[in-house]
Design a protein around this ligand. Structure first.
Ligand code: FAD
Ligand code: EPU
Length: 337
């Protein structure tokens, strides 16, 4: 175990914020992780995966634990399905590609989402009509209190839209070390009805899509909408799409005839936060070296050397304005550190 001091986290977060970690350790094995947890001299700890869902607003005066556990294993399989275990430090998109190359279906719609496998259950990552909960079987996590591994079933995880037990009562109490997925080996149930997937498959002249085709279509749609963090610092959607009552929605319709909505239940609808932020006048707004993305109002961006506090203050102004105009509080999706 090699604990480093005064390490810049700039290349460890997709916003590209230059915060300094007082102490930093990258762990490759469970026993290393257990040893680190035992150390009494570092009471203040930050768990780091791919850094694609966090906004660093200050230097971190403690120990950053970079979870770098690698490995993908077949746990069991039969004619129709396979249980695959991936360790937490595996890159999510690389894992999706591994599954597609082996013709294991179920997570192809989640292609090109940044970050690591171990973080994926925390907000139940989702895109294009699929969430990780659809193929999640279980995960293992190290308890910070007891330093022992604990297994979480799908039921234990209490998954919802960008939500799980790891953002509720288990928040900051566990480090996820591996995740098991149940994927299909044949009779794949392709999900192509969401958004522009079928239109993109048409452009690709594909009439009988494979999981690889669906993945390619999604990659192409995502590349056209979302900025690549390598070119422009960002953390994907900064806010969650809010869910409001139909009564509230009907009131809004009186003033905003074109407000989009997606049905959630008989009583509730989901509103795209990107629309609310665009309508509030923030889309493409640039304040020096940070701002709101020109193509996607839900994405805040760092044009270079922005401070986390600048971006946080902009996000608060957006929240306040959206609340004043529409009476809707948009909650942050990104973890503020
Ligand atoms: P990190 O940013 O490293 O960590 C996120 C949080 O989890 C932090 O609070 C951290 O302390 C904690 N954490 C990290 N690892 C562990 C662990 N092993 N155990 C316990 N806690 C841990 N998300 C979607 O759902 N759908 C999308 O379509 C999507 N698109 C995106 C597009 C772009 C361009 C970007 C930049 C982000 C996007 N995201 C999307 C958000 C992000 O990719 C996911 O939330 C991803 O799961 C974050 O993983 P990470 O490893 O980078 O997390
Ligand atoms: N919209 C606007 N203006 C904008 C952006 C969006 O009006 O600038 C409206 C449009 O009506 C558009 C609708 O919002 O049709 C939806 O936009 P988009 O398809 O881009 O999806 P989103 O709701 O903004 C969500 C997820 C993404 C995920 C995509 C695809 C959340 C918070 N975000 O975005 O996830 O990739 O759907 O499924 O749920 C992330 O979580 O980081 C993320 C990128």
């Amino acid at each position: 175990m090699n604990i480093l001091n005064n390490i810049s986290l700039k290349s460890y977060n997709t916003f590209g914020i230059n915060a300094i970690a007082k102490h930093f350790v990258s762990v490759q094995t469970i026993s290393e992780l257990k040893n680190v947890i035992q150390l009494k001299s570092y009471p203040n700890k930050l768990i780091l995966g791919g850094g694609s869902n966090m906004l660093l607003t200050q230097d971190f005066d403690g120990l950053v634990i970079h979870v770098n556990l690698k490995g993908i294993f077949i746990i069991s399989e039969d004619e129709n399905s396979v249980i695959v275990k991936a360790n937490a430090g595996e890159n999510w998109h690389a894992f999706v590609m591994y599954c597609i190359n082996n013709n294991y279906a179920g997570i192809e719609n989640l292609s090109l989402i940044p970050g690591n496998v171990g973080t994926a259950p925390i907000q139940n990552i989702g895109a294009y009509g699929v969430e990780i909960k659809d193929t999640f079987q279980s995960c293992e996590a190290l308890s910070l209190a007891t330093n022992t591994l604990q297994s979480f079933t799908k039921l234990d995880c209490n998954f919802g839209y960008r939500q799980s037990v790891f953002k509720q009562k288990a928040k900051n109490k566990f480090i996820i070390t591996s995740v098991n997925f149940k994927l299909s080996k044949k009779h794949h149930n392709l999900k192509v009805n969401y958004g522009a997937i079928t239109a993109q498959l048409d452009v690709m002249k594909v009439t009988n899509p494979t999981i690889k085709d669906v993945s390619k279509a999604i990659i192409s749609i995502r590349e056209s909408k979302l900025p690549n963090p390598k070119d422009l610092g960002n953390s994907g959607s900064f806010f969650k799409n809010p869910i409001i009552t139909k009564t509230h929605f009907n009131l809004l319709l009186n003033n905003f005839k074109d407000i989009p909505s997606y049905p959630i239940s008989n009583e509730e609808v989901k509103i795209p936060a990107g629309w609310l932020i665009e309508k509030a006048g923030f889309k493409g707004k640039r304040l020096g070296n940070y701002g709101v993305h020109t193509n996607q109002a839900l994405v805040l961006v760092n044009y270079g050397n922005a401070k986390g506090t600048d971006i946080l203050n902009l996000s608060k102004l957006i929240q306040k304005t959206v609340k004043r105009l529409f009476g809707i509080l948009i909650e942050t999706e990104v973890n503020i550190v």
